[in-house]
Design a protein around this ligand. Structure first.
Ligand code: COA
Length: 262
């Protein structure tokens, strides 16, 4: 499947079961317009529709920007008209966070403001060594409007988060890696992201969904409640066909399980 929406390109690779969503507004360094936010959600919906009665087809998604930049933030032209800044426009972050398949942000070039907030809503961030990340909203007299300070405080640490948001400085991929904002800064970004997405795509998808969900809950709840939540997820997975296949593969060397998400 390949669809070109107004501001995104969406592909699903049936060989690997990995979906690809490319932000495609190169003239504004992929700045997040209202249309782009809508097309991110629409693109993810199209990918999710690959799942059918036979089980879960879509196993992972890679989100990137076209022409060497991830995203230079909210579209400032709309912002000044009150468009992109309105809180009703924030749904694409929640859609990404709650999307059942894990999402990897593949970051080249600029990843600023709402672009970094979008990347932080994803499950993983792989960055090119030349990528520049930051929260420059302070210089517009505002703060990141979609929880950027909250997210970065959890990924890095509260003092580093305040430093990045108060200075508005762009930081290097290496510094972002040291702080825990990005997962990896590989030598070959394309290959490392592809290998990682394919590895996740080969795992039992219901367990992967449960881990994503539990990982999200872990940032919002106390330990006791979180452990109880995990226990329920664990128990519900015990009854799945994928668990049966995984256990069989462990017991029998020559059995290659094909996980269907059932
Ligand atoms: N919204 C709308 N358009 C943007 C944009 C944004 N966030 N960021 C860049 N663009 C546009 C520029 O206006 C320019 O358009 P033009 O060619 O029609 O003049 C084009 O993208 C290229 O940007 P330019 O500034 O010329 O590139 P640069 O390499 O000199 O600088 C940045 C790159 C990212 C440092 C700079 O564009 C920038 O600071 N952008 C704003 C970042 C920001 O504050 N984001 C948070 C918004 S809340």
């Amino acid at each position: 499947m390949r669809e070109t929406l107004e501001t995104t390109v969406v592909k699903f690779d049936t060989e690997t079961d990995v979906g690809h969503l490319t932000l495609n507004r190169p003239n504004s360094l992929n700045a997040l317009s209202s249309q782009l936010r809508e097309d991110i959600v629409e693109g993810l919906r199209l990918l999710e529709a690959e799942n059918d009665a036979d089980g879960i087809a879509l196993r992972a998604v890679v989100v990137e920007g076209t022409e060497g930049n991830f995203c230079a933030g909210a579209d400032i032209n709309e912002f000044s008209k009150g468009g992109a800044g309105a809180s009703s426009e924030h749904t694409h972050y929640e859609f990404i966070r709650d999307f059942p398949a894990p999402i990897v942000a593949k970051i080249r070039g600029y990843c600023l403001g709402a672009g970094l907030e979008t990347a932080m809503a994803c499950d993983f961030r792989f960055a090119d060594e030349d990528a520049r990340l930051g929260l420059p909203e302070v210089d517009l007299g505002i703060i990141p409007g979609a929880g950027g300070v909250q997210y970065i405080s959890r990924l890095a640490n509260p003092a580093a988060a305040k430093e990045i948001a108060m200075t508005g400085d762009h930081i290097s991929a290496e510094r972002a890696l040291d702080l825990g904002i990005v997962n990896r800064v590989p030598d070959d970004l394309d290959e490392a992201t592809r290998e990682f997405a394919e590895e996740i795509a080969s795992k039992p998808p219901l367990a992967i969904q449960a881990i994503k969900d539990s990982g999200n809950v872990a940032t919002q709840t106390g330990l006791r409640e979180g452990v109880q939540y995990d226990r329920k997820q664990f128990e519900s997975l015990l009854d799945t066909e994928d668990h049966e296949k995984g256990a069989k593969a462990f017991a029998e060397d020559d059995y290659e399980p094909e996980f269907k998400g059932r």
